[in-house]
Design a protein around this ligand. Structure first.
Ligand SMILES: [Zn+2]
Length: 375
């Protein structure tokens, strides 16, 4: 499971989108803070950045003044570097001024967000605030860490067209999810979509999105005109929207596109967006439009390719500008995203899927009445 936006990053550089600078996001907050420090970007709101040992090398966290302490939003991976950064942040002389952490909000279950939540809640004896599906799903996925790769997963990637060597790489890598997550607290405080929560002097509204993860909580403060978007809206990369072996028939792209429309309707355009990756930016609605447009263009290229029967691994050129190659992580991301787009077309009756005798799925465009393709 990918902790963050992945193969989709390639799409930001796709030829179809190059040169579209109009209404591009603007970045009013300057350079990011160094690991272990923090930077105030609005009254009582701090920007914190943690390192990650991946191609995407950082994640942003936020601290919100909460009475005599700080509410933290997202926590970073469980790594030695992140733990060291947290120790300096919370030290008496640290960027949080030696004040306590009052509670820990987590936008969603991916390790770069939830990784250190258990560490922080235990250290400060405070609660974890998280949506129910994210909390429960995280606990389930963490239990995979001590298991062998399941046959369902092998069947899933075989069906996508993976070669035996790639299946072996999947088996070898399986179970990494929980290694980057400190043991979760055994209870949590549930976040509900639409709920208003007072943090310090201001009310923040929970805005749930789906598609990248099942019940991703964003936080909107109309007083401060801030929108903590997590991985739901990123300025420079497109969020990973993937099908995973646990639910091979899922249609996360439909969820994702509905979430983009919902956020556009629920959150005004004049907010400063605080995303988990890249820098804080202005221009939310234009960014949402561009993300939706990117998926539309990918789907159009995919429909073209499906004039002939294709496997999931055959459609990468429709969706990714880069050569995906054989890197196991990138191949997994690209396969999951390709299946998200294929399942979307199948669910709309625009494509069919038929398994071959070897268990490999072949997708093909269905010539549908024009009315069925509209909208
Ligand atoms: Zn994520």
């Amino acid at each position: 499971m990918s902790p963050h936006g992945g193969a989709g990053a390639a799409r930001a550089a796709a030829p179809a989108e190059a040169g579209l600078a109009a209404n591009a996001p603007t970045y009013p907050c300057g350079d990011p803070p160094a690991a272990g420090s923090a930077r105030e970007i609005a009254p009582g709101v701090l920007w914190i950045r943690m390192p990650m040992p991946f191609r995407l090398d950082h994640v942003n966290l936020w601290a919100i003044r909460d009475g005599d302490g700080w509410a933290i939003v997202d926590t970073g991976l469980q790594t030695a570097d992140v733990a060291a950064a947290w120790r300096s942040l919370v030290a008496a002389s640290g960027a949080l001024g030696g004040a306590r952490v009052t509670r820990v909000f987590v936008t969603h279950m991916h390790p770069d967000h939830v990784g250190m939540a258990g560490w922080l809640t235990r250290r400060f004896d405070c609660r974890l605030w998280m949506s129910r599906v994210e909390y429960l799903n995280c606990r389930v996925l963490v239990t995979d860490t001590v298991r062998e790769a399941p046959e369902d997963g092998v069947r899933f990637y075989r069906a996508a067209g993976w070669a035996p060597d790639d299946i072996e790489a999947y088996r070898a890598r399986f179970g990494g999810f929980g290694k980057m997550i400190h043991p979760l607290p055994d209870s949590y405080r549930r976040l509900h979509d639409g709920e208003r929560i007072r943090i310090g002097e201001h009310a923040w509204r929970v805005v749930v999105g789906t598609g990248h993860s099942p019940e991703h909580a964003c936080l909107h403060c109309s007083d401060l005109r801030l929108f903590i978007s997590g991985d739901q809206v990123l300025p420079r990369i497109s969020s990973n929207v993937s099908v995973f072996p646990t639910e091979p028939d899922a249609n996360p792209l439909a969820d994702w596109l509905a979430s983009i429309a919902k956020i556009r309707g629920d959150v005004p355009d004049d907010v400063l967006v605080l995303p988990s990756h890249n820098d804080p930016f202005a221009g939310l609605h234009a960014r949402l439009d561009r993300l939706a447009g990117g998926h539309d263009r990918g789907l159009a290229r995919l429909r073209e390719l499906l004039g002939e029967p294709r496997r999931a691994i055959d459609v990468f050129p429709a969706l990714f500008a880069r050569d995906i190659g054989r890197d196991a992580n990138l191949l997994g991301l690209a396969t999951g995203e390709s299946l998200a787009h294929l399942n979307y077309l199948v669910a709309r009756g625009e494509a069919s899927v038929a398994p071959g005798a070897d268990g490999v799925n072949w997708y093909r465009r269905i010539a549908a009445p024009a009315a069925a393709r509209a909208g």
